[in-house]
Design a protein around this ligand. Structure first.
Ligand code: SF4
Length: 181
C-alpha cells in the first residue's frame, strides 16, 4: 500500500444514542449553529486544538460538536446536525490532519473550513506529553489559535491547508512535526 492510498476502517455498529447529544444536536440544528470540532489527539498539539475548538465554539453562531458521534454514530441527531450544516469548522492539531482526512469523506468538502493549530501557534512541534507545557501556557496557545481562527472566519479567510498569502500563515508543511500517531 502506498502511503497516499485511501484506506477503510471498519466501525462496529451500535443501536444506542446519547440522550443529551440528541437534544443538543436537534437544538443546534434548529438554531442554525455552526459546528466546531477538533482532532483531539492525545499529544500537546491535539490538546491545544481541543481547547481552541472549545473557545471558538463559545462565540455566537458556533457550537461545539463531537467527532466521536459524527464518525461512529451516523444515526445520531448530533451527527445529522454536523453533516447537514452549511459550514463546519474543523481544527486539526498538526499537519497530519487526522480528522480532515476522515471528515472530508463524510461532510462535503465545500462545507468544511479546516485549520491546523500548529501552523498558527508554531510551538511544541516535537513534544508529545500534554504536561510538558504548563497549563497556563497551553491555554495561552489555544487562545492564540482561537483568536486567529475567529478573525479569519470573520473575514472569510480560509487558513490551512489551503492558506492564502493574506492569512499570515506560512502553511503547515513548514512546521514539521515528528508526531507519528
Ligand atoms: S497527529 Fe496531529 S492531527 Fe493527528 S491527532 Fe495528533 S495532533 Fe491531531
Amino acid at each position: 500500500m502506498n502511503t497516499n492510498d485511501a484506506f477503510t476502517l471498519e466501525v462496529t455498529g451500535i443501536d444506542k444514542v446519547c440522550a443529551a447529544g440528541e437534544l443538543y444536536g436537534r437544538h443546534c440544528q434548529k438554531e442554525g449553529k455552526i459546528p466546531v470540532f477538533s482532532c483531539e489527539g492525545g499529544c500537546i498539539k491535539g490538546e491545544i486544538a481541543r481547547q481552541a475548538a472549545n473557545m471558538v465554539a463559545k462565540n455566537d453562531d458556533y457550537a461545539r460538536a463531537c467527532h466521536g458521534e459524527l464518525f461512529t454514530v451516523p444515526h445520531a441527531d448530533l451527527a445529522k446536525w454536523v453533516r447537514e450544516a452549511g459550514k463546519v469548522i474543523l481544527i486539526d492539531g498538526c499537519s497530519l490532519h487526522c480528522h480532515k482526512r476522515i471528515a472530508e469523506n463524510i461532510i462535503g468538502k465545500d462545507q468544511l473550513v479546516i485549520f491546523d493549530a500548529l501552523s498558527i501557534h508554531r510551538k511544541y512541534a516535537n513534544l508529545m506529553d500534554v504536561d510538558d507545557v504548563p497549563e497556563e501556557e497551553r491555554k495561552q496557545a489555544a487562545k492564540e489559535v482561537a483568536d486567529k481562527i475567529l478573525a479569519n472566519l470573520q473575514e472569510n479567510i480560509p487558513c490551512c491547508p489551503y492558506p492564502l498569502p493574506s492569512c499570515g500563515c506560512e502553511s503547515s508543511p513548514q512546521v514539521e512535526s515528528t508526531c507519528t500517531t
